[in-house]
Each structure stands twice: as C-alpha cells, then as structure tokens.
Design a protein around this ligand. Sequence first.
Ligand SMILES: NC(=O)c1ccc[n+]([C@@H]2O[C@H](COP(=O)([O-])OP(=O)(O)OC[C@H]3O[C@@H](n4cnc5c(N)ncnc54)[C@H](OP(=O)(O)O)[C@@H]3O)[C@@H](O)[C@H]2O)c1
Length: 309
Amino acid sequence: MAITETAGSPGARFAGRVAVVTGASRGIGLAIAARLLDEGARVLLTARSEDGLAAARDALGGRDALGGRDVPDDGAGTAGLAAARDALVGREALGGRDVPDDGAGTAGLAGRIRTVAGRADDPEHRRTAIRTAVDAFGGVDVLVNNAGINPLYGPLAELDLDAARKVLEVNVLGTLSWTQEALSAGLGDRPGAAVLNLSSVTGQVPSPGIGWYGVSKAAVSHLTTTLSVELAPRVRVNALAPAVVKTRFARALYEHDEPGVAARYPLGRLGEPEDAAAAAAYLCSDEAAWVTGQVLTLDGGLLAAGGVA
Ligand SMILES: NC(=O)c1ccc[n+]([C@@H]2O[C@H](COP(=O)([O-])OP(=O)(O)OC[C@H]3O[C@@H](n4cnc5c(N)ncnc54)[C@H](OP(=O)(O)O)[C@@H]3O)[C@@H](O)[C@H]2O)c1
C-alpha cells in the first residue's frame, strides 16, 4: 500500500482556514482558539466581555512578539504558547514548508486574530461576528460552538423555568443559530468545512444538581448527530463531551478537593483545556475527513469506570 501525504499535516492543519470560536476569552474556547491559530488558522473569538477578549487577543497575538507572555486566567494558554513555538520551529525543521500567505500573513499572529464581543444568544451579535470573519478573512471554514452557560443548581422538581429557558437559548438554540448564520455566510461552500459543538458527559449520564444543564447538553449531542446527517457531505459536524476540565466554569466542582475528585478518574487527573483543544483540532481538521456525527467523550476514563460527572 502506498503511503501518501495527507492535507492534514500536523503543525499547519488549518493553513488558509478561517475559524470562529464562541466563548473564547478563557478556558476551553481560548485553548481551542490558540491551537487553531498555532496551526495556521485565522480565528475570530467571541465572548461577552470586551476586556476579556482584549486580554485574550493580546496574549494570543503577543506571544511571538513578546517571547513568552502567557495567556491569563486558568492555565489555558501555557501549552498553546509551547505549541506555537513548536509549530514555528517545526516549519523550519520540515524544510521551510510554510502556511500559504493568504493575505493575513504568517509572521504576526496578531494579524490572524479578530474579536467581537456579545452574547451568544443575541442574533445581532451573531450576524456581526460572522460578517466580521467574512469581511476580514474571506469566509468561515470552521465553527466552534463553545459558549455555554450553567447558572442553575438544584433538583429538576424545583427548576426555575425562566432560567431553564435561558440555558436552552444559549446552549441549544445558540448552537443551532450560530450554525445557521455560518451556513448563510457560506460555510460549506469550500472544502474542509467543520462544526464542533461543546456537549458534556452530563448529557450522557444524569448529574444530580446540574440536571438541566445535562438536558441541554444531551440536546446539543443530538443536534450534532442530526445536523451531521443533514449537512453531509459539505459540512462535518461533531461534538466534544468533556467531564470536568479545569476552568473557571467548573471550578466549584473540584476546588474544594482536587486530589479527591481526580481520584475518581482512572487516568488520575482532571482535564486541562489543552486536552479539549487537541481533540477539537483533530475533529475540525482534514485528518478527521471521514468523521462526522460523533460525540467524543473526553473524561479520563470516568464513564468507563462507572463514574458520575
Ligand atoms: N469546564 C468543564 O468542566 C466543561 C465540561 C463539559 C463541557 N464544558 C463546556 O465547555 C464550554 C466552555 O466552558 P469553559 O469551562 O471553558 O468555561 P469558561 O472557562 O467559563 O469560559 C467560558 C467562555 O465563554 C464566554 N461566555 C460565557 N457565557 C457566554 C455567553 N452567554 N455568550 C457569549 N460568550 C459567553 C466567557 O466569556 P464572558 O464571560 O466574557 O462572556 C468565556 O470566554 C461550555 O459550553 C461548557 O458547557 C465545560
């Protein structure tokens, strides 16, 4: 059998591609944005806070120029920094292979970053963000529906229905409507189009206390498989279903006793944002060209061992 080089060579799998990552000023979204950027993509990041986005943009874009400034917050950035260097050094090692110069340039990471602040469930914000990606970078190839909320804690029997509707607005309808907006703007018109949704293991097994969040994530998983069938073959649609990843969002679930919580995981630790970013990059790249409709569990073995999220 002949061994052929694929388009998805690690290191520059997103050269010439444009990615939109929602909820990307910190945590998992920031790590995914960093990874896609490191591998050659032009990336548009969203979040509600302008300041959070400015810090993320400075940290991501300043890494090559400032030689070591770290991404702030919860550890999402350090591996991204290392990966950026690896990618840059690696290109030399591969004999000068470079990402194509598509107008965005390869020298300055900052030139490949745009940010738009707004709420993920605001239609005007969605339109502006996708339009900005198209105007600045010429289209959208990858959409990462990462923004998600979980403001509720308690039994379903006592659920505040207005708060429950808001969770569905952001987590489920947000995921669908960002996908609709990107499709309207041409997602799928050129090869390599991919959507990645952030689900959760709480969508697979009941998680007492955060049951409604789990219901919303179960819907995200089903939305993923349904869209994957509807949008094939032009757009691949997959999801990640993480257990606890160490971010601000999940801090309350582990900070009281991280070793104790981690001991429930066969791999002996909680997830890092970079664990999600590595899986995200694979699923959004051409290396996953025959993968669609999948919800990839990222849980350090928790569910296999019969654990509850
Ligand atoms: N961490 C985990 O253990 C875990 C496990 C399974 C699934 N997930 C999922 O992974 C995704 C990311 O979570 P994370 O842990 O990385 O959270 P995080 O660290 O709190 O980051 C959330 C990001 O989304 C933005 N954001 C929050 N609400 C938003 C909204 N309504 N509209 C737009 N942007 C919003 C935040 O910025 P602003 O505050 O400025 O808006 C921030 O950039 C979520 O969908 C979550 O459900 C997380």
